[in-house]
Design a protein around this ligand. Structure first.
Ligand SMILES: [Zn+2]
Length: 324
């Protein structure tokens, strides 16, 4: 099948959309997520819970934070990707203040579970050992432990998948019969990078693949969901037809429906209906300096399942309420 024929109808759409990424529909999230805040005042039951959850997980994503507020504090966000829910663990640990505490013991155990040889650890950009090296001084894990697990740089894998899937048009100056790499003479509008060494930004990867806007959210929540979504596309080796079907199902069909009605306004395009979010469980311990919270965000029970999801429906919503 000819690439040109299958794509032609959507190119102007895509081109129009990427110039205005923030106006695209917001990143669509399917699974509910739970956030655990782990620090020196976290309750023992919560520390116990993250161990239990880690044992039930085989795929993780790491987003280390290199600029923490306190000089000797390790800040790291880790996603535990499970079948029906995604769990975000936000860790703050100071080796000076927290060593030889329950927090220290828990985190040592937590990391040793994660780095098991049967698990996969994902990052966006850069090799896992290189990313975690700055944190070795906290003595929560060792290089040997990190070496045991399988690791995957989703940024590189995405570039490979994207280039093999969205190949150069025959009329592109960079069209080569056996090669899909990026090149300076490429004129394909759906390939924003023109150099072999340039890597995709997460924002553009989400915009070009899903026609969605990766908006900022606390604790890197949207970043994690985007990495996992792109990792899934690569893992399942989506075809160009699958990508187009996704966009058609969730975005283009909706956009056309709005246009047909003659009411397409900026507000309409940006409007994302949000379902009511129910707060299932909040564990909460007040201390003098910090509050320990576990937030559970669940989709509206009336919301459709993944297979029935209708355009524009967002299943999760920020809910950060420690006033109770
Ligand atoms: Zn090209």
């Amino acid at each position: 099948m000819s690439m040109e024929l299958s794509n032609e109808g959507n190119l102007s759409d895509t081109e129009d959309m990427i110039r205005n990424i923030p106006q695209l529909p917001r990143l669509l999230t399917i699974k509910p997520y739970v956030v655990y805040f782990i620090h020196r005042n976290a309750s023992p039951s919560m520390l116990h819970e993250i161990i239990t959850e880690a044992k039930q997980t085989e795929r993780f994503t790491f987003v280390p934070k290199y600029k923490s507020i306190e000089h000797d504090t390790m800040s790291m966000h880790i996603e535990l990707i499970q079948q029906t829910v995604t769990i975000l663990v936000s860790i703050d640990y100071s080796h000076e203040k927290d060593k030889r505490t329950l927090l220290y013991d828990t985190l040592c155990q937590f990391f040793s579970i994660i780095f098991h040889s049967s698990n996969l650890v994902q990052t966006w950009g850069g090799n896992l050992i290189h990313k975690l090296k700055p944190f070795l001084s906290h003595e929560l894990f060792t290089i040997n432990q990190i070496n045991q697990c399988r690791s995957s740089d989703i940024q590189q894998e995405f570039k490979r998948w994207y280039n093999q899937t969205f190949i150069h048009q025959i009329c592109c100056h960079h069209y080569l019969q056996y090669d899909d790499i990026d090149g300076p003479f490429c004129s394909c509008t759906y390939r924003p990078y023109k150099s072999v060494s340039t890597q995709w930004s997460l924002l553009k990867a989400v915009a070009y693949t899903f026609n969605e806007y990766l908006y900022d959210h606390t604790y890197d929540i949207t970043k994690f969901l985007a990495i996992t979504k792109l990792a899934d596309v690569n893992q399942q080796q989506w075809t160009i037809q699958q990508v187009e079907e996704y966009k058609m199902k969730y975005h283009i069909a909706q956009k056309r429906a709005i246009t047909d009605e003659g009411n397409e306004t900026k507000e309409n395009r940006q409007k994302v209906p949000e379902n009511v979010v129910k707060k299932q469980k909040i564990i909460h311990t007040n201390t003098t300096t910090q509050t320990t919270i576990k937030i559970v965000l669940v989709p509206d029970p009336k919301a459709p399942s993944i297979m029935e999801l209708e355009p524009g429906q967002i299943h999760t919503k920020r809910l950060f309420d420690n006033s109770e």
